[in-house]
Design a binder for this molecule. Structure first.
Ligand code: ADP
Ligand code: MG
Length: 701
């Protein structure tokens, strides 16, 4: 429940800090200086605002003073006790001295030990009473506490409370951060309130400085919750507002020309296979959008290998037959090339001009393509991020498709769509996105699912193995190659790194080429290579001129070589399960039985448990769900990979309700004041535009 004090700002003792103060380099804050500033930078704290937004990871409950008889094993505990024996000092070896004593209250006795803290002997006087705080340990029938903090009993008032626990880095202690942040709040509220009282009342939001103070230094756990809700709401609300602002730019647009029905038979007749029912259904859903007044905004989700590319191609075919241009954006050059190679051969036969643009396109060629796109001499353009560069313009872009959407930012997709008017968009991904996240990232996106594999596919057999299997795995690889098949080996690193005990592409390449697989053709591939080199290697692999391809995860998305039947992943425990599933999807793309071998030396229970999930399940949906449970959404998507904004406090899985509210609130604000022009929205607008500077620059204001 919000009470008055939480709702209205805490006592104003001085002027609020100006925004510019908040953005002042942390180095100049009292108690910091250049050296500490560098350490704080490691925690992504660069200015005062970052410091304020460096929220505790957890809280420590020091509100209760416990009696010794009520101790619980392994719990941080605050207790008052009398020292009942003299402190004994034992020198174990040169650098290790143990100090031991016993303390008691009226309910029991407890042993206390300190390491190398000789001064304790002078501090702890026999028969005096102190306040202790430390972790209890139950052993040999009694409790002991190791290196507790010791205070005078008169300090109880000061010590008792809820303490924030921050993530730290070497050289920065809990206490240091605590002092730094509490000093900031010593006498004045720092942040301007961006929400009106009315708004806060409606959505039950505490005042911003109340929230800030209570997220760091709460008096009760209830006030932590109230504070967190306010901050989480603001994070989600601003993000929603940013997305809606961008979307709105195209929302107001009316579809002037509804596509007319196109016979897709000429395209289908070129394919060496029949569409699966699932593919047919999705094509129908896309057609429905095309032939209606609504602008298409559709996500196609289908497991790795389910055949999304062809669905995209059919959509492009319809758009082109209606006189529009279509663009297909892929996250890597390798994948863009593959799409181009596969699709241009069909389109060519149908008289449709297809072109490709990536970072390896020469400057001269690029200029030519830019020109042709403007003159509508190109119908379909396939490419990478190069497609969203500012100089790329279209004559009449009608359809935008992003492949492997989880590799792009939401904002990037929107940027491409903004190159046309009332553009239909299709996004494709193999990474199943939980419903809530989909709402968050795509707003009102419609969902199509390809839930069927092309016929004849055999599930990939997956094995999680330890080092001891090395020989057997290598024998198996040889056997498969001798039968004509090909092998991928994926490592976490490109070059050897002394600090990390992980397999690298270069090291493995040397070993395979010169020792283990001498008689075979071994090549490698990694992201640091020139695009041209990468393409060349990939083409040679496709032509079966390479038996074993050692690579980093650059081959993670999309690549399709149906003759490859073994995927070996080194240090598999280092990868997310969703990522492992994508890697596994590189094999089993033809009619041969395929294998995925996950190597790992990590013996931790959790790691083994994770890899077992891969052995048991072949469905991307199951794998993702389980991974989400085990690791949480941040890790699952890999923040950067998902194009997901980095929320400091909000957790998209657990804060669904706040997310819904924030979305509602953002809708309301935008529907009343589309470009945030009104007086009351000025503070909000300023914060929004400073937070999403890059994404919002092109928005009409
Ligand atoms: P993904 O959904 O992972 O992007 P692709 O579109 O790359 O999958 O398709 C995987 C492979 O399956 C490709 O070689 C493609 O030609 C083939 N394929 C797609 N649809 C069918 C189908 N209906 N029948 C047989 N093979 C198909
Ligand atoms: Mg694909």
């Amino acid at each position: 429940m919000l009470n008055k004090r939480m709702f209205y700002s805490i006592i104003y003792l001085g002027d609020k800090m100006l925004m510019s103060d908040l953005e002042k380099n942390i180095q100049y804050l009292k108690g910091v200086g250049p050296a500490k500033a560098l350490l704080l930078n490691k925690l992504q704290i660069y200015n005062i605002k970052d410091l304020l937004e460096y929220y505790p990871r957890a809280y420590e409950d020091r509100t209760k003073v416990s009696k010794i008889k009520d101790f619980e094993n392994g719990k941080n505990t605050l207790f008052i006790a009398r020292v009942v024996r003299d402190v004994k000092i034992q020198r174990i070896r040169k650098n290790l001295t143990i100090l031991t004593t016993f303390v008691a209250d009226d309910t029991g006795e407890c042993k206390i030990t300190f390491f190398n803290q000789k001064y304790i002997k002078d501090k702890l006087k026999e028969n005096s009473v102190y306040l202790f705080y430390g972790k209890t340990n139950y052993e040999y029938g009694r409790f002991s506490v190791e290196s507790p903090q010791v205070y005078n009993v008169s300090d109880l008032d000061k010590i008792q409370g809820i303490y924030p626990i921050y993530n730290l880095t070497q050289g920065i202690t809990q206490n240091y951060l605590f002092k730094l942040i509490s000093n900031l709040y010593e006498n004045k509220p720092l942040l301007p309130e961006i929400f009106s009282d009315e708004f806060r009342e409606k959505y039950k939001l505490a005042e911003i400085n109340y929230a800030m103070q209570n997220v760091h230094f709460p008096k009760t756990f209830n006030s932590v919750n109230i504070a967190r809700k306010r901050i989480i709401f603001e994070e989600l609300f601003l993000f929603q507002l940013a997305i809606m602002s961008i979307k709105n730019n195209s929302l107001g647009q009316i579809k002037e020309n509804i596509f007319t029905e196109v016979d897709i038979a000429p395209f289908l007749n070129l394919l060496p296979f029949k569409l699966t029912n699932a593919q047919k259904n999705v094509v129908e859903e896309i057609k429905k959008d095309f032939y209606s007044k609504k602008i298409m905004n559709r996500l196609v989700q289908g497991d790795v290998g389910s055949g999304k590319t062809i669905v995209a191609a059919i959509a492009m075919y319809i758009a082109v037959k209606n006189g529009y241009q279509a663009a297909l954006m892929a996250p890597t050059t390798i994948l863009a090339n593959q799409h181009f190679d596969e699709l241009s051969k069909y389109f060519e036969k149908l008289g449709i001009t297809t072109s490709i643009i990536t970072s390896s396109t020469t400057k001269k060629n690029k200029e030519l393509i830019v020109q042709k796109l403007k003159n509508k001499e190109i119908d379909i353009i396939i490419g990478t991020h190069s497609l969203i560069e500012d100089n790329i313009e279209f004559a009449n872009l009608g359809l935008v498709i992003t492949d492997e959407q989880h590799r792009f930012g939401v904002m990037q997709r929107m940027k491409l769509a903004n190159k046309g008017k009332a553009v239909e968009t299709l996004v494709m991904t193999a990474t199943p996105i939980p419903r809530t996240l989909a709402i968050m990232l795509y707003g009102d996106l419609d969902l199509s699912i390809i839930d069927e594999m092309p016929p004849g596919r055999k599930p990939v057999k997956t094995y999680a193995v330890g080092e001891s299997y090395e020989n057997r795995v290598n024998q198996f690889i040889k056997k498969q190659i001798d039968e004509g098949r090909q092998v991928y080996v994926v490592c976490p690193l490109v070059e050897e790194n002394e600090e990390l005990d992980l397999k690298s592409v270069e090291m493995l390449y040397e070993k395979y080429k010169n020792e283990i697989f001498k008689e075979y053709s071994v090549e490698y591939l990694h992201g640091k290579m020139k695009n041209k080199e990468k393409d060349e290697i990939m083409n040679r692999f496709k032509d079966n001129k390479i038996n074993i391809l050692i690579s980093t995860t650059v081959i993670e998305v999309g690549i399709s070589v149906s003759n490859a039947t073994i995927m070996v992943v080194e240090n598999a425990d280092r990868f997310g399960l969703a990522q492992l599933h994508q890697l596994r999807g590189r094999v089993g793309r033809g009619n041969f039985q395929s294998y995925c071998i996950l190597k790992s030396n990590n013996k931790s229970q959790k790691s083994i448990q994770r890899l077992k999930i891969m052995e048991k399940s072949n469905s991307g949906f199951d794998v993702a769900e389980k991974d989400l449970e085990l690791r949480g959404p941040g890790d699952f998507f890999g923040i950067r990979q998902s194009g997901m904004p980095e929320f400091k406090l909000a957790n998209l899985l657990t804060d669904i309700n706040v997310l819904k509210q924030a979305q509602m609130a953002a809708k309301e604000v935008i529907s009343k004041d589309r470009y945030l022009k009104s007086e009351e929205n000025q503070k909000l607008k300023k914060v929004l535009y400073s937070k999403f500077k890059e994404q919002l620059t092109n928005i009409t204001t």
